[in-house]
Write a protein that binds this ligand. Structure first.
Ligand code: CP
Length: 306
């Protein structure tokens, strides 16, 4: 990881880097604000909607003493609307900012941006590709809860076909010995073969099971995801996938007492709000962890934690 300039995909990280990142995030969560980067400018370039990722990155930069220039709907309010290419936009914005955080609708857009940019690119999600900073905060949340990552049993539930968070998290979890992944998805939302092949090559155990009730007692973490209607080309196909997996207080009775429920959010109806008060439901805490992880990442790409 030494000298890594851009944050584009989860395969980039090593366990020693992740341990250091989590220690930095812990320290930042104590300090809350540090004036490390006065006068530094982050450009926040979002071609797709976001609440958590955009706000937490922007809040992170302000809490580090820096500033933010942004477009929250780049497809409408940047010169993309006039036909400007991503490459030209990045050439221009990297001349104005010290770091660019970008969410884009196309798989591979962050990699393309990184090839052009003169400043670090932080991938805030590229279509159905990856969302590495979400995976980092997910892993941090798991580590905070269990104080270990080796041997964790994680069920990923819902839209595993278009879900970039589960793809990125699977890459990260595969770095730890003894991890077991269970994929629970409607037939049209199964995990892609590239991830399954990667896990097999890494020696990470994985299985596909349709019956969520059978899986719940056997895992440490249930990672729920939303069926992403906006990514389906055929709404009839979407209709076959919605409302199949839903966590309710009744279902929670099947889970272990120490198990946790995570979700990258936003949720629609895959977790009943009545679940929120259960101490095992930690998805709001998970979202908050993103702030500390993103502060630590911005520090890293701009100052190498020096
Ligand atoms: N988890 C996540 O990426 O949320 P947003 O789409 O709100 O940024």
């Amino acid at each position: 990881m030494e000298g890594l300039r851009h944050i584009v995909e989860s395969q980039q990280f090593t366990p020693p880097f992740l341990a250091e990142l989590f220690a930095r995030a812990d320290a930042l969560s104590q300090e809350q604000r540090v004036n490390d980067l006065p006068g530094t400018v982050m450009a926040s370039l979002f071609y797709e909607p976001s609440t958590r990722t955009r706000f937490s990155f922007e809040a992170a930069m302000y809490r580090l003493g820096g500033n933010v220039i942004m477009t929250e709907n780049a497809r409408e309010f940047s010169s993309y609307a006039k036909g400007e290419s991503l490459e030209d936009t990045i050439r221009i914005v990297s001349g104005y900012a010290d770091v660019i955080v970008m969410r884009h609708n196309e798989i591979g857009a962050a990699k393309r941006a990184a090839e052009i940019s003169t400043v670090p690119i932080l991938n805030a999600g590229d279509g159905a590709g990856q969302h590495p900073t979400q995976a980092l905060l997910d892993l941090y949340t798991l580590f905070k809860k269990f104080r270990r990552l080796e041997g964790l049993r994680v069920a990923m539930v819902g839209d595993l076909r278009y879900g970039r968070t589960v793809r990125s998290l699977a890459y990260l979890l595969a770095k730890y010995k003894g991890v077991q992944l269970t994929f629970v998805a409607p037939p049209v939302c199964q995990m892609h073969d590239d991830i399954k092949a990667y896990l097999t090559r890494q020696g990470t155990a994985w299985e596909e099971i349709a019956d969520l009730d059978a899986v719940l007692p056997a895992v440490d973490c249930v990672y729920m995801t939303r069926i992403q209607k906006e990514r389906f080309l055929d709404l009839k196909e979407f209709a076959t996938a919605q409302n199949i997996y839903r966590l309710t207080p009744d279902k929670l009775r099947r889970m272990g007492k120490e198990a946790i429920i995570m979700h990258p959010l936003p949720r629609v109806n895959e977790i009943d709000p009545a679940v929120d008060d259960d101490p095992r439901a930690i998805y709001f805490e998970q979202a908050r962890n993103g702030l500390w992880i993103r502060m630590a990442l911005i520090q890293y790409v701009l100052r190498r934690w020096g």
